[in-house]
Design a protein around this ligand. Structure first.
Ligand code: PEP
Length: 255
């Protein structure tokens, strides 16, 4: 059975002290626990240490994620962060392949595949993002497009524990725009992702991989997505920057 997951992507928001305040606020909001729901927060790289300390001190019921990683172990890669650095700081998840990284920084599916392998070699769970542009959605080829991304992003991955690989379907036209996909739109693509995972990894593994929806998810619309068979939670951007609203989303997933 797949555990639901609510993950917050703070993107390039919050200085070190602001990130600590937000993490402390979330720890207070969730001090009663999160039931069967895995909760993850992804602060900017420079804030990871501060949030890790809050999690430890407050025994907070959420896990730490990075927003990006480089696949090399060490060396002359100015500005990059290696998987063992994330591991050492206590990050147990890492977002890869976010559409903003694909669009603004030219990341390819091949890069994302290398990042997934490097993270998994260090026991860090990738939250691997996929999703189509508005142009592709309007052309009606979104399912084929996303299935192709999944095939490339997972090529050669060995998944022994399916709870340790997470996919986030994020239609680009719904990210940060206030335009959400409908729950049926999300199910259409998340269901196609599940079928593709069955073809690649077999029924049992595919049944254990979480597929999240992301794109203007908020406390008012999350319940509709969670009703869908192949939607196992949400990757939340803007709405994860307020502790009370994000905690409300976690509570919806616990219901
Ligand atoms: C995201 O960036 O992963 C995201 C889903 O953003 P938002 O919720 O703000 O649309």
């Amino acid at each position: 059975m797949r555990k639901r997951m609510i993950a917050g992507n703070w993107k390039m928001n919050k200085t070190f002290s602001e990130a600590v305040v937000l993490a402390e606020g979330l720890a207070r909001e969730l001090e009663g626990g999160t039931g069967d729901v895995d909760v993850v927060v992804a602060p900017p790289t420079v804030d990871l240490k501060g949030v890790a300390e809050v999690i430890e001190k407050e025994e907070a019921p959420f896990a730490l994620s990075a927003q990006n990683v480089y696949w090399q172990e060490a060396g002359a890669y100015t500005g990059e962060t290696a998987p063992n650095m994330l591991e050492a700081i206590g990050a147990t998840y890492c977002i890869i392949g976010h559409s903003e990284r694909r669009d603004y920084f030219g990341e390819t599916d091949e890069d994302i595949n290398k990042k997934a392998k490097a993270l998994m070699a260090h026991g860090i769970v990738p939250i691997s993002c996929c999703g189509e542009s508005l142009e592709i959605r309007e052309a009606g080829t979104h399912v084929e497009f996303v299935v192709d991304q999944i095939k490339k992003d997972t090529e050669g991955l060995e998944i022994t524990d399916p709870s340790k690989y997470v996919i986030a379907y994020e239609p680009i036209w719904a990210i940060g725009t206030g335009k959400t996909a409908t729950a049926d739109d999300a199910q259409e693509v998340c269901g196609a992702i599940r079928k593709t995972l069955v073809d690649i990894f077999g029924e049992e593994t595919a049944a254990g991989i979480r597929v999240l929806y992301g794109g203007s998810a908020n406390p008012s619309n999350i319940a509709g997505f969670l009703e869908k068979e192949d939607v196992d939670g949400a990757l939340v951007g803007g709405a994860s920057l307020k502790a009370d609203g994000f905690a409300d989303m976690v509570r919806s997933a616990m219901a």
